[in-house]
Design a protein. Structure first.
Length: 305
């Protein structure tokens, strides 16, 4: 008979009692399992609870975390309003038809932080340079409106800000005669793409020529016959120009109402060749003027030698 084989005449297997072990000790887990303990579990097929990990905090309910989420959202909104974009409401008709009364625009406040300055053709929001809004009524918002304005979820109703289009920047020369077009650095501007249909470039208030000081801008509304812009404030300090430091940022998009959604690009007329040529020629002319005396002095010294 082969070793290990069983015959039909073997003695019956001994029961646990006969082996000196209790039935509870003979489990599927093998010898050594404690009596009355459940089988070992590898973690599969059952949910963990806080009791399984005494060092782990129990998960908080949604309602307990809601105030924290709201606080974070408000903080992010405040940071965005302060450093990135801010909503502004159009209070008048001075920028029609580009912007209408009641439109909400989003203003880029980020690029000025990196030294970017206003450029010709941009629509910008700026603080009242002083005297531009004198006598204009200031709305009296309620507490909720003030809070929403503070965090940037609603346009500010208390700040005296204006919105116009940049026509000229520091170093430019700008003018406009009655019946004519705006002349910028000797170039006529074709403004048909943005001024209100029926408006004249400056029929109601001719001006110039005006040399815009460095660090300042000359601004005009697109609705020329209904815009108290730089033309009308030449008697004030700055001669009607606005300091770059007063510029809040560039209006980049009409965000509300949805039916008015659109971007606010720079018109092509401000990209025409030669528009900035006057600025480029000035430093060259100054350099030439300074070089001539030096050359003459050197030639005189050589002749004396």
């Amino acid at each position: 008979m082969a070793v290990g084989a069983r015959s039909g005449h073997d003695e019956p297997e001994k029961r646990p009692e006969q082996l000196g072990q209790s039935p509870a000790a003979m489990t599927d887990d093998g010898p050594g399992s404690a009596a009355g303990e459940p089988p070992a579990d590898d973690g599969a097929g059952r949910d963990e609870t806080a009791d399984d990990h005494p060092g782990r905090r129990p998960q908080r309910s949604f309602w307990k975390e809601l105030p924290l989420l709201i606080g974070i959202a408000l903080l992010l909104a405040l940071l965005i309003k302060t450093f990135l974009v801010q909503a502004f409401s159009i209070p008048s008709e001075s920028m029609m038809d580009t912007l209408k009364r009641g439109d909400r625009v989003l203003v880029d406040k980020l690029t000025p932080w990196f030294g970017s300055e206003p450029e010709r053709g941009e629509v910008v929001v700026f603080h009242d340079p002083g005297g531009w809004l004198e006598g204009e009524p200031t709305p009296d918002p309620n507490v909720l409106q003030k809070f929403l304005s503070f965090i940037g979820l609603m346009p500010s109703a208390e700040e005296k800000d204006l919105i116009k289009r940049v026509i000229a920047v520091g170093g430019d020369t700008v003018s406009c005669k009655e019946g004519g077009k705006v002349i910028l650095n000797g170039k006529e501007l074709d403004e048909t793409s943005y001024i209100k249909p029926g408006s004249t470039p400056c029929g109601d208030k001719p001006f110039g020529p005006i040399k815009v000081p460095e660090g300042r801008i000359w601004v005009m509304g697109d609705n020329r016959q209904n815009s108290m812009d730089s033309r009308w404030h030449q008697e004030l300090p700055g001669g009607g120009t606005v300091s770059n430091e007063d510029v809040v940022g560039r209006a980049i998009v009409v965000a509300w109402p949805v039916t008015r959604w659109s971007t606010l690009p720079v018109p092509d007329t401000f990209d025409q060749p030669g528009l900035s040529q006057a600025l480029a020629v000035a430093p060259g002319a100054a350099g030439l003027a300074g070089a001539v005396p030096l050359v003459l002095w050197r030639r005189k010294k050589l002749a004396e030698a």
